[in-house]
Design a binder for this molecule. Structure first.
Ligand code: ACO
Length: 431
C-alpha cells in the first residue's frame, strides 16, 4: 500500500500531500485536514460514504466480506458463547473480563438499575399514547438533571459510573415507557435476575400475580442485544460523538443518539418492517409490492433491506434469522403468517436483479421485529429494545472520544454554500 496520496489542482499544478492514517484492519484514511488551509478547498462527502470522522479501537466492519468484530472478536463467536453483559464489558474495557471482573461488573450494573422516584413521575407528564422513543429521549435527557457527580469527563471513575448507570437504567426507563402506554403500574427491577430477564420482568410482570420469565425468551433477547450492542460510526453513535464533542452533559449526548436512532432509515427500521408486513398482508401481494418498491416514484422501500456498509450480507442478519426460527418454534409460532410473508419477501428479493444489482440484502432489522413480536413485545417498543442494546456502544464511543490524548476537538463540518450571493437589505416598504 502506498504511504501517501496527494491532491492535485489540475489547472495550477499545485499539490497537497495527504498523509495516511493507518489502522490495524481495513482501508487507511487520507488526512484531508490541511486541504482547506493549503488549497482553499473543502472535501465534499454528504452522507459520509468515504469519510472517517475518527480513529476507533472498538468495532470493525468489513462490509464487503460481511465481517463484524467487537474489539477483534467475531460477532458469530460472541453470539454463540458470550452474554450481553460480558460483551458490554468487552466493548467498554477492550478485553474480555475474567471471572472476578465479570462478577464485579454485573454487580455494579445491578446496583444501578433503579431510577430516581422523581424521574419516575416525569412519565405522568406524557400523554398515554406517547411513542416510547419520545419518552426514552426525554427521560434519558432528564438524567442530566439528576447526576451532577458524573459530568467531569476527564475523571476515569466518573466516566465509568456514567457508563454503568446508563447501561443499568435504560431497561428500567424503557420498561416504564411500555407500562405507561398500557396504564399499568411500573415494576421495580428485580436485581436477582439477569439483565434481559429483568427487562422482560419489568415489561410483562404485574403486581397482582407472579410472573415467570421464559429463559428461552430471555436468551433470545440476550443474543439480539449482543448483535445490536455496537456498530462503529453509525448515525446514532456519530450523533452521540458529535454532541459529546462539545463537552455537553454525557446523558444529554446519549439522548441525542436515541433521537437519531428513532428514524426509519436507522433503528426505526425494525418497527417499519412490521408495519410493511402488515400493509402487504399476504404472500400473494408480494410481487405487486416489490413492483412498487422498484418504482423510484413510489417512494416505497423494502424496509429491513440494504445497508450503508454491508454490501454482501449483514452477519447479524444471518444469526438473527436462525434465532428467529428457534424462538418461533419454541413458542409454537413457527407457522406465523408474518414470518411466512417475510421469508417469501426475502426469497423473491434475493433472486431479483433490482436487489442483486444494488447489493441489497436483509439487514439485522428484517428479522428482529419478528422475534420481538413473537415475544409479545409491541411494535412501538422495537426501537427502544434496540436503544437498550446500543447504549453500550454509545457510552463506549463517548468515553473513547473524551479520553483521547490531546483533549476534545469539537466536531464541526463545513458546507458548500448554495444560497444567495451577498445583497443589500431592503426596508419593508420597498419589498
Ligand atoms: N428498498 C429499495 N431500494 C433500495 C433500498 C431498499 N430498502 N435501499 C437502497 N435502495 C436503492 C436506492 O434506491 C438506490 O437505488 P439507485 O442506485 O437506483 O438510486 C440504491 O439502492 C442505493 O441506495 P442508497 O439510499 O444510496 O443507499 P444508502 O447506503 O444511502 O442507504 C439504507 C442505506 C438507508 C439502510 C437504505 O438501504 C434503506 O433505506 N433501507 C431501508 C431501511 C432500513 O432497513 N434501515 C435499517 C438499516 S440497518 C440499521 O440501521 C440497524
Amino acid at each position: 500500500m502506498t504511504n501517501s496520496y496527494s491532491l492535485l489542482n489540475n489547472e495550477t499544478g499545485e499539490k497537497v500531500e495527504l498523509p495516511l492514517v493507518k489502522g490495524t484492519l481495513g482501508p487507511a484514511g487520507a488526512d484531508v485536514g490541511k486541504v482547506y488551509d493549503k488549497m482553499d478547498l473543502f472535501t465534499y462527502d454528504p452522507g459520509f460514504t468515504s469519510t472517517c470522522s475518527t480513529k476507533s479501537a472498538i468495532t470493525y466492519i468489513d462490509g464487503d466480506k460481511g465481517v463484524l468484530l467487537y474489539r477483534g472478536y467475531p460477532i458469530e463467536q460472541l453470539a454463540a458463547h458470550s452474554s450481553f453483559i460480558e460483551v458490554a464489558y468487552l466493548i467498554l474495557n477492550g478485553e474480555l473480563p475474567n471471572k472476578g471482573q465479570l462478577e464485579e461488573f454485573e454487580a455494579s450494573i445491578r446496583r444501578h438499575t433503579m431510577i430516581n422516584e422523581s424521574l419516575r413521575r416525569f412519565f405522568d407528564g406524557f400523554r398515554y399514547d406517547a411513542h416510547p422513543m419520545a419518552m426514552l429521549t426525554g427521560i434519558v435527557g432528564s438524567l442530566s438533571a439528576f447526576y451532577h457527580d458524573t459530568t467531569n469527563n476527564k475523571d476515569e471513575r466518573q466516566r465509568e459510573i456514567f457508563a454503568h448507570r446508563m447501561i443499568a437504567k435504560i431497561p428500567t426507563i424503557a420498561a416504564a415507557a411500555y407500562k405507561k402506554y398500557f396504564g399499568q403500574p411500573f415494576m421495580y427491577p428485580q436485581n436477582h435476575l439477569d439483565y434481559c430477564s429483568n427487562l422482560l420482568y419489568m415489561m410483562f410482570a404485574v403486581p397482582a400475580e407472579p410472573y415467570h420469565v421464559d429463559p428461552i425468551a430471555a436468551k433470545a433477547l440476550d443474543i439480539l442485544f449482543i448483535l445490536h450492542a455496537d456498530h462503529e460510526q453509525n448515525a446514532s453513535t456519530s450523533t452521540v460523538r458529535l454532541a459529546g464533542s462539545t463537552g455537553c452533559n454525557p446523558y444529554a449526548a446519549v439522548a441525542s443518539g436515541i433521537a437519531a436512532l428513532w428514524g426509519p432509515a436507522h433503528g426505526g427500521a425494525n418497527e417499519a418492517v412490521l408495519k410493511m408486513l402488515g400493509e402487504i398482508g399476504t404472500v400473494k401481494n408480494v410481487p405487486a409490492f416489490l413492483t412498487k418498491v422498484k418504482d423510484k416514484n413510489s417512494g416505497v422501500r423494502l424496509m429491513g433491506f440494504g445497508h450503508r456498509v454491508y454490501k454482501n450480507f449483514d452477519p447479524r442478519a444471518t444469526i438473527i434469522r436462525e434465532q428467529c426460527h428457534k424462538v418461533l418454534k419454541h413458542l409454537g409460532k413457527e407457522n406465523d403468517p408474518q414470518l411466512e410473508l417475510a421469508l417469501e419477501l426475502e426469497r423473491i428479493a434475493l433472486t431479483d436483479d433490482y436487489f442483486k444489482d444494488r447489493k441489497l440484502y436483509p439487514n439485522v432489522d428484517f428479522y428482529s421485529g419478528i422475534i420481538y413480536k413473537a415475544l409479545g413485545i409491541p411494535v412501538n417498543m422495537f426501537t427502544p429494545m434496540f436503544a437498550i442494546a446500543r447504549t453500550v456502544g454509545w457510552v463506549a464511543h463517548w468515553s473513547e472520544m473524551v479520553s483521547e490524548p490531546g483533549g476534545l476537538k469539537i466536531g464541526r463540518p463545513r458546507q458548500v454554500y448554495v444560497g444567495s450571493p451577498v445583497r443589500d437589505y431592503k426596508d419593508l416598504t420597498s419589498r
